[in-house]
Design a binder for this molecule. Sequence first.
Ligand SMILES: [Zn+2]
Length: 268
Amino acid sequence: VPELPEVEATRRRVEPAVKNRRILAVEVLRASALAGQKPGEFAKLVTGRTIRAVRRRGKNFLLDLSGDVTVRIHFRMTGGMLVECRPKITPRVRVIFELSGGDTLLFVDSRALGQLYAAPTAAIDAQLDKALGPEPLSRAFRLEPFVEAARGSRLPAKLYLMDQKRVAGLGNIYAAEALWQARIDPRRPMREVPARKRAELYSAIRTVLRDAVKSARLAYKRPGPFQEGEYARAVYAREGEPCPRCGRPVRRIEQGGRSTFFCPHCQK
Ligand SMILES: [Zn+2]
């Protein structure tokens, strides 16, 4: 599942290939991929515009087009972007953007849960700012506000980190890894986590995400959009395996309908 690091790695891979290219034509192969927009409406909004930049906000992939229009794409479980000169139209291809210069940008999504739509850039930015907290790898994510805000929450630490309004872009994998690094029990209500550990969590979020962006970039240098990053996970999906810190078995529990992996011995 693409989280911040995978979307960021996709952004860095795609941007150089599509920047300053014009969208000559758009074909929507699966109308349900469009969130609240008809294929004709979407095509009309984006065709003829030039891709000025490729941005990311949280787990959202954004194509900024000329004339202040942006395409917002959410990958959900299996979405991704490919740039190909002779595209193979496989069943997972949802939207085809034909670009000037001969390349094609594809929105691919095998499970078809991802969504996209186009709107004025200012409207999309306003929606994103309303829905999302600070970008954890940017200067907007600051130690003191994070430590202070967390003090007031009774949410279990893991669910707190999954809340996109608290920190943008963290998902199931990297929330678990950051909590392991900061030695915090994912079940512990945030307000019971001592300030020192909340500060450690702040640093852990940044370290884990930075490392994961690097790993995802390496993984994405191989062809294809969906490779998992090569991030060396300490706990995620490692139930029963030894904790890399203390050697005791990693445990799996359910929180908010999702699996949480942690080390009950060294996460308190
Ligand atoms: Zn341990």
